[in-house]
Design a binder for this molecule. Sequence first.
Ligand SMILES: [Zn+2]
Length: 494
Amino acid sequence: MVAKLPKTTTFFSSNQNMQSPQTVDNNKNNERKDENNNTENEVACKGPLNEIQEVESLESAMHNNELDSNFESSKRMFQNQYRYYSVKYFQKVMNNGEKCDRKWLMFSTGCVFCYVCKLFSTDYDNVFVKSGFYKWKKAKQTIFGHENSKEHIQCMIKGIEFIKQNTHVDEYMVSQIKREFNYWSAILNRIVAVIHFLAERGLAFRGHNEVIGSSNNGNYLGMLELLTQFDPVLKQHIDTFANKGKGNVNCLSKTICEELIEIMSQKVLTHIITEIKKAKYWGIIVDSTPYISHMAQLSVLFRYYLNGHVYERFFCFLQIKSHDSKSLITDILDLLERYNIDITNCRGQAYDNVSNMSGKYSGLQARLKERSQLAFYIPCAGHSLSLVGQCSVTKCINSINYFGVLQSLYSFFIASTNRWDLLKGNHATLKRLSDTRWSSRSDAFISLVENFDGVHAALCHIAKDTEEKSDIRHEVLCLLNKITKLEFAFMALL
Ligand SMILES: [Zn+2]
């Protein structure tokens, strides 16, 4: 094999490796100038090796490359000069003169590649991986730079580990896929746990931005960031993948988050439907709820008995076109059909007392009863009681006056932070009345009875304050006059 090779010194000086002598002659006038200017050759030829040693080292260097390779294909024109790949690049000369084979370097189709990086690197844009290197003028620096790059060293380590495992490529690929699978499963487990926590408590997910490290990135990203303080796996993931922008998979984006919420909600819905079908008979509770974007929607709940327990589950929000009963019954029947829930098993329906829902002849309840005769309508007890309370208050002049004073007291103190502080200084507080919740009225007058002395003292203080405006003092005196009457005390204790 050595005999077939040209003398190494001739070979290096002419850079016509693997070419026939004839080719060398034909090109020598215009194609060998690069070697005269290229210091790489000088470095490669340095060292104490004699000619025989050089031939041996050349043979050694080429053991992983075809001796019959035709480097003619490496021919490139640079600044009106032809340059070629040199076989000596297959060797690296150490500072002490020792030569090492660059076994990773592979010549192919007129370029050189790094087959180790091609197998293990994720840097697909690297010239030694993608298209091959061919700028021979800078061959020495570039090849030297590549073999000392972090990526190449890591790939070499991976390659050595791979060889040590003594496994086939498919087994290696399977183990790599398994490792990736385990990694992303671990990340998704953490993300799902955070989504579950927030959804269970009805907390908002998103903030003003989606930047990791920002205090305005919302509860979802904020909680993940918090977990990184105690979870090294999540910390490494966020440190590596966060804030990389679009096109980089990190499973932290709102798209993935919403997709996971959707999957989880479908799972909950499926569970409820299974329970409804298992229970067989069920009741439906419907009330209209304005959406934040001012769209009309119904909140639909199902109530059923299963395994000794009564369950009342929120089912979904149902977008509606109109509030008339004809449109509502169509929407509800469509919903039941969509989830394959049999309307004939409906045994109860509960709505508020609005006529389009409760109407005896054309209300929603009547229309639903046409489909299921045993679906008895029961008006919402809480709503009915609230209506009774509100109605009774507005029919009695004493109660109108009493609750009017209560509201005036609350409005007077809440209008100014100084007044509210004064009230708190007297260890007292007041609560607001509500039109829709009767219980809040009860809370309001219980609060006044329990804090009467404090409220009275605060009012007296303002009434005696000479620096206070006269109309305020007059208002306070009127309130004092009203709350100290026997009728007011009687109503409070009634
Ligand atoms: Zn490499």
